[in-house]
Design a protein around this ligand. Structure first.
Ligand SMILES: *[C@@H]1O[C@H](CO)[C@@H](O)[C@H](O)[C@H]1NC(C)=O
Ligand SMILES: *[C@@H]1O[C@H](CO)[C@@H](O)[C@H](O)[C@H]1NC(C)=O
Ligand SMILES: *[C@@H]1O[C@H](CO)[C@@H](O)[C@H](O)[C@H]1NC(C)=O
Ligand SMILES: *[C@@H]1O[C@H](CO)[C@@H](O)[C@H](O)[C@H]1NC(C)=O
Length: 400
């Protein structure tokens, strides 16, 4: 206790938040399939300090962590509402598309204090939900770190949130987010329900925020919280790119057909989208765009009718203003082996990941492991074969 009292206020705040989150999560009797609860690493000291009850609970949970160790695609997103989605209701409601900003970070884009006009070189924007404190924490401490990189490149990070749909599942969520925002100054919260089909609202509100509160940012990475991003590689790709030109790079999905299978997470009925193919869009956890493109998109998207799948919706906005998204090898990360601490799974080669930009569907410990392995000063890889094409080989044992 004495030691704790001697810690800095900052650290105390973080610890307090963690304790509160842990308690809240423990208070729930059932845990969602998302790994948020079990993988809060800082909960460990807490369970040591606290009652035996919370201790035994955390043990039970570490078992369940082992059980579902296989990463799932949807890990980072709020799940779609399980009863069949009311598409007709969505059609009726979709003109209601302006929601209040409840928590803002007005200083985020003024490097060197308010009044300064120096904007960040790159803004990292991460989609998150209120309950996923652990995922935000690992991003903050690994690839989403704010600060200055070589050549004076400055990076700022924000997390994009809506209001949790189920308040009983996370009581005091508003107080918690207020504390979190106070501590880390990286929360943007809007007054719409944070559901899978409302991710499109998150997209439009974020673009409007960039247009009004971060208009001079040079580049933006926007992605999920369950990804690993090789920020150094992205910066290298951006070198020589024009922030005032159009740029939109990612894992571009071309000529995708709307899914008409009702059981799919991405099911779209014909009355909602009658067209044959979707416009090209970026999928797979993250993409990079220039500040110029983001500002153009913010007004383009206002003219596009809301569509419940956010990736596709953004593709529609791009199409409207005639921007061709470009595909990049480094984002094509589907079906590659993920890092594992298990000694018998020797598939993980940090040098292989070093060539990629975005690896998705990772869990908190995997992100942590990946970042530390890649930033190990002892890591030595052979030289890159090419500086521009980020080659990567499919290993023999494809996992998907
Ligand atoms: C909200 O969360 C609580 C606690 O996890 C759960 O018991 C309840 O069924 C949830 N309500 C809805 C509408 O999902
Ligand atoms: C989106 O958020 C609004 C405002 O909270 C809510 O009325 C609506 O039901 C949500 N839509 C979906 C599809 O979840
Ligand atoms: C973006 O910002 C400009 C300049 O402040 C403003 O004129 C424009 O209306 C804004 N666009 C949107 C979509 O808010
Ligand atoms: C690797 O690159 C460095 C500098 O780019 C060069 O000096 C070195 O010879 C290269 N090593 C190999 C094995 O190609």
């Amino acid at each position: 206790m004495r030691r704790i009292l001697h810690m800095k206020g900052d650290v105390m705040c973080t610890v307090l938040l963690l304790v509160l989150f842990c308690l809240l999560l423990y208070a729930r009797h059932e845990f969602p399939s998302s790994p948020s609860g079990p993988q809060l690493p800082p909960c460990k000291p807490q369970s040591r300090l606290k009652s035996p009850q919370s201790k035994s609970k955390s043990k039970g949970k570490s078992k369940s962590r082992r059980r579902n160790a296989v990463p799932t695609k949807a890990a980072g997103n709020p799940l779609p509402t399980m009863p069949p989605f009311d598409f007709a209701g969505y059609m009726r409601e979709k003109d209601n598309r302006n929601f209040k900003l409840l928590i803002d970070q007005p200083e985020k884009c003024h490097i060197g204090g308010s009044g300064s006009n120096a904007a960040p070189y790159m803004l990292i924007a991460v989609k998150s939900i209120a309950a996923d404190f652990d995922k935000r924490q690992v991003v903050r401490r690994t690839w989403g770190k704010e600060g200055h990189f070589e050549n004076g490149v400055s990076i700022r990070t924000v997390f994009l949130l809506g209001v949790p749909k189920n308040h009983t599942a996370l009581p005091l969520w508003d107080r918690l987010l207020a504390y979190e925002s106070h501590t880390f100054k990286d929360i943007l919260l809007w007054d719409f329900e944070d559901t899978f089909f409302n991710l499109t609202l998150k997209e439009t509100h974020f673009l409007n925020w960039v247009n009004s509160s971060c208009p001079h940012v040079k580049f933006i990475f926007k992605g999920d919280a369950d990804v690993y991003v090789n920020v150094e590689n992205i910066l290298e790709m951006l070198r020589g790119q024009e922030p005032d030109g159009d740029l939109f790079v990612g894992d571009i999905i071309i000529n995708a057909k709307p899914i008409r299978r009702r059981t799919s997470k991405y099911y779209v009925p014909e009355f909602l989208y009658g067209g044959g193919l979707y416009p090209n869009y970026a999928g797979g956890g993250g993409f990079v765009m220039s500040g110029h493109t983001a500002r153009r998109l913010s007004s383009a998207c206002q003219q596009v009718e809301l569509f419940p799948i956010d990736d596709v919706f953004l593709g529609m906005c791009l199409q409207l203003i005639g921007i061709k998204p470009s595909r990049h090898q480094g984002f094509r990360t589907f079906g590659i082996p993920r890092p594992s601490a298990a000694p018998h799974l020797q598939t993980f080669d940090p040098c292989f990941y070093r060539e990629l930009m975005v690896v998705h569907s990772l869990r908190v410990p995997q992100i942590w492991l990946m970042w530390n392995l890649l930033h190990d000063p002892k890591l030595s890889c052979h030289n890159r074969t090419s500086q521009s094409s980020w080659p990567f080989k499919w290993r023999g044992n494809d996992s998907l």
